[in-house]
Design a protein around this ligand. Structure first.
Ligand SMILES: [Zn+2]
Length: 159
């Protein structure tokens, strides 16, 4: 069930963000920097140590900061390497944070799946719950998209 915001004895304060549908009007996300950026990485095929070619950044929406009431975005820097033997490019592994192509962390995905599958919430309610109790902005079209992908539940798009 929902958490009631109480300030002072028994005083109920409604969530000031209730009804906001434009993400630009939401409180600004707190930025967390993480790095999977390496000078060298072993080639996944033959283990040869390979130089870094490029640095990329993935933005991942994580569970928010409930004390500040703000969402939290992880800016995850990762390196891309090129194997001179296989002539192939590969990226530093970022799977401890998120699935490939996902814009949400593993923590957020498990939360959303729990709300939809275990609690059986409708998309819009799940989307609102994620925002209200976890400060994750996930438009309900995104939540819906997961379900319609059918069992896979991998968010390929961000809204
Ligand atoms: Zn190689």
């Amino acid at each position: 069930m929902g958490v009631v915001v109480v300030s002072g004895p028994g005083q109920y304060l409604p969530d000031p963000t209730e009804g906001i549908i434009n993400p630009a009007d939401l409180p600004q996300a707190k930025l967390i920097r993480r790095s999977r950026n390496f000078a060298h990485r072993p080639c996944p095929d033959r283990g040869k140590s390979c130089f870094r070619q490029t640095i990329y950044t993935r933005v991942l929406h994580d569970v928010g900061d409930l004390v500040l009431g703000r969402p939290r975005d992880i800016h995850l820097e990762y390196s891309q390497h090129r194997c001179t033997r296989c002539k192939k490019f590969f990226n530093a592994d970022t799977s401890e944070y998120a699935l490939p192509r996902s814009h949400y962390t593993h923590r957020v995905v498990s939360l959303a799946v729990r709300l939809l599958v275990e609690d059986g919430l409708p998309y819009q309610a799940a989307s609102w719950h994620l925002w209200r109790d976890h400060r994750v902005f996930m438009p309900f079209a995104t939540v819906q998209n997961w379900v319609e992908v059918g069992g896979k539940r991998r968010p390929d798009r961000c809204g």
